[in-house]
Design a binder for this molecule. Structure first.
Ligand SMILES: Nc1ncnc2c1ncn2[C@@H]1O[C@H](COP(=O)(O)OP(=O)(O)OP(=O)(O)O)[C@@H](O)[C@H]1O
Length: 547
């Protein structure tokens, strides 16, 4: 509608000039002016309506797409998270979805309007004067050729820009999360340099791309002026032989301006769609990736009736991006009621082992049995219901103590929250469940964060509790108190404790000693002290440190 009104205006303009101003007929001048004003107001109303619905639709689309992307990311297993990397998730969720959202808004707003105006202007020019129509027709291929030249150069450059945005995200998020460490090491200038290098690379690539697209405006202006000169020249001849009137020339210039404006819009649309196409490929790649370990709701509640709760049968594992095994032929059984301790030097594979129990990754060879069932036959939901994992880094989210505690157990009552806090020895620093928690839990100390993370794991009364070096920031007394409490909780069938401190695991019923991915010894502390020189060495080195 808007385009139709726009195309009609120059005709009224010609009528106003030729029949009104030149003939000194004021009633024509008034009526033509009124018609033009009316058409403009109607056009404006159409613009507003179209703009409004384009915004509603594109914002809605963007929101839904962003949700779909985020949902997909949360379904990924650790393999896909490692493969993509968190920074590209950020660019795809924000930058790429924004590009697609913009493209949709433009699609609704301009994709019909711009070509309609272009074709309409040419048709109107033909109706006024056929020779003029041919000048209009000539404009399109010239303009398209320039557009093609520019596009063929800028599209590959835009892909480079996107990759550099990923890099910038990596550097920025690394620096923001590690800001305190950077400051503590006086490393600011080095980090600044690193960030500047990527920012400059991004700026260069952007400039490289925009330098070419910036040619668009001056080139268009140049063509416009030449064509207007041509219209005036051919128009002058036609007016002198009586084929055209002055008002027609004004209308033709108006149509030419409309045609060029529409062609520029088409050019911008092409740029936006080319960018959106790259964004679409990246978002689609993410949405089309099938999680290697699908997340499914719980099918069954593991009852742990059998004597053996957990068994590793000759399990070896290498990470998807490498071929070297980080765990080699691991074989052990864990009986119901036993506490398992895992010790070993850093990088020996302790975390990897407990990640395999939770099906974060699948073993490369061998089998893992949980409650007598191969974990391949269990859903991620079944496993999550029975196992709670407190990772090395205690992740606390912004919100309140309560929102953190109940995030994996939404139906928990206040009483259950307080009980879990008591078990994890949190009562000395929590006196209100609505106490705010800052992003990353920065308003709590490292030890407090660890205790909150333990409380969060305990609230759902898991059958198996895994603490991955989660007592490391606690003093010996608190460490002992929490371990004693855990031992008294009857719902825990097994607890698995990874620790660098022998004192935290030596009372375990069974101990695994790992070194470079191999299970070098297993047994009780007393057995290992008798039989394992490697374990004796660890104990000896820690005793010296403690002394
Ligand atoms: N996502 C990953 N991709 C590739 N290799 C990894 C990945 N995570 C860990 N590794 C490698 O696997 C090996 C075992 O790592 P793991 O984190 O299991 O050791 P760890 O014994 O828990 O160490 P620490 O005591 O320092 O936490 C290391 O050599 C590590 O470099």
């Amino acid at each position: 509608m808007e385009a139709i009104f726009e195309l009609t205006l120059p005709l009224f303009m010609a009528y106003l000039i030729d029949s009104g101003i030149r003939e000194k007929n004021m009633s024509v001048v008034y009526s033509a002016t009124l018609y033009m004003l009316g058409l403009s107001v109607l056009g404006l109303a159409c613009v507003l309506i179209c703009q409004y619905y384009a915004s509603v639709a594109s914002q809605g689309f963007g929101t839904e797409l962003r949700l779909a992307v985020v949902k997909k990311i949360t379904q990924f297993s650790h393999t896909e998270i490692d493969e993509f990397g968190p920074d590209t998730f950020l660019t795809r969720t924000i930058n790429d979805v924004n590009q697609l959202q913009l493209a949709l808004a433009m699609l609704i707003r301009l994709v019909i309007r711009a070509p309609f105006l272009s074709i309409g202007s040419i048709v109107m020019a033909f109706t006024i004067n056929p020779s003029m129509g041919f000048i209009f027709l000539l404009t399109v291929p010239i303009f398209s050729f320039i557009l093609y030249l520019l596009m063929s150069k800028t599209v590959p450059k835009y892909k480079q820009v996107l990759t550099t945005i990923d890099e910038l995200n990596t550097v920025t998020s690394e620096q923001l999360t590690g800001v305190k460490v950077i400051r503590a090491f006086g490393n600011e200038s080095l980090m600044e340099e690193k960030s500047n290098r990527v920012s400059e690379r991004l700026a260069d690539r952007y400039l490289d791309m925009t330098k070419l697209s910036a040619l668009m405006s001056p080139l268009t202006l140049f063509i416009t002026n030449i064509i207007i000169a041509l219209i005036l020249w051919v128009g002058d001849i036609n007016v002198s032989i009586g084929n055209l009137q002055t008002g027609d020339i004004v209308a033709l210039i108006n149509y030419m301006l409309q045609l060029l404006a529409a062609l520029i819009v088409v050019a911008n649309l092409v740029t936006i769609f080319v960018r959106a196409f790259s964004a679409k490929n990246r978002v689609e790649e993410l949405l089309n990736t099938t999680p290697s370990i699908p997340t499914h709701k719980a099918n069954q509640l593991l009852t742990f009736q059998a004597d053996i709760t957990l068994a590793f049968d000759q399990v070896s594992f290498h990470y998807p991006d490498t071929t070297q095994n980080v765990l080699q032929n691991i074989h052990f059984d864990l009986k119901k009621g036993q506490q398992l301790g895992i010790v070993g030097p850093t990088g020996s594979g302790k975390t990897t082992l407990v990640e395999l129990i939770q099906k974060f990754y699948l073993p490369s060879t061998g089998n893992i049995l949980l409650d007598n069932q191969n974990i391949l036959d269990l859903t991620t939901g079944d496993i999550k219901q029975s196992i709670r994992y407190v990772s090395q880094k205690s992740v606390i989210f912004s919100g309140t103590i309560k929102s953190n505690l109940t995030m994996g157990f939404p139906n928990a009552t206040e009483e259950e929250c307080w009980t879990a806090l008591k078990w994890a020895d949190c009562l000395e620093f929590v006196d209100d469940l609505n106490m705010p928690t800052a992003e990353n839990g920065t308003n709590f100390s490292g030890g407090q964060r660890q205790r909150l993370a333990i409380a969060r794991a305990l609230i759902s009364r898991p059958a198996i509790l895994i603490l991955d070096d989660s007592l490391s920031a606690l003093d010996y007394k608190t460490d002992l108190t929490i371990r004693q409490t855990l031992a008294s909780l009857t719902f825990i069938k097994n607890s698995i404790i990874i620790s660098q401190r022998i004192s935290s695991v030596k009372e375990s019923d069974h101990l695994l000693v790992l070194n470079q991915g191999t299970l070098v010894a297993q047994g009780t502390h007393a057995e290992l002290m008798d039989e394992s020189p490697f374990y004796q060495q660890i104990v000896a080195s820690q005793s010296k440190e403690e002394e």
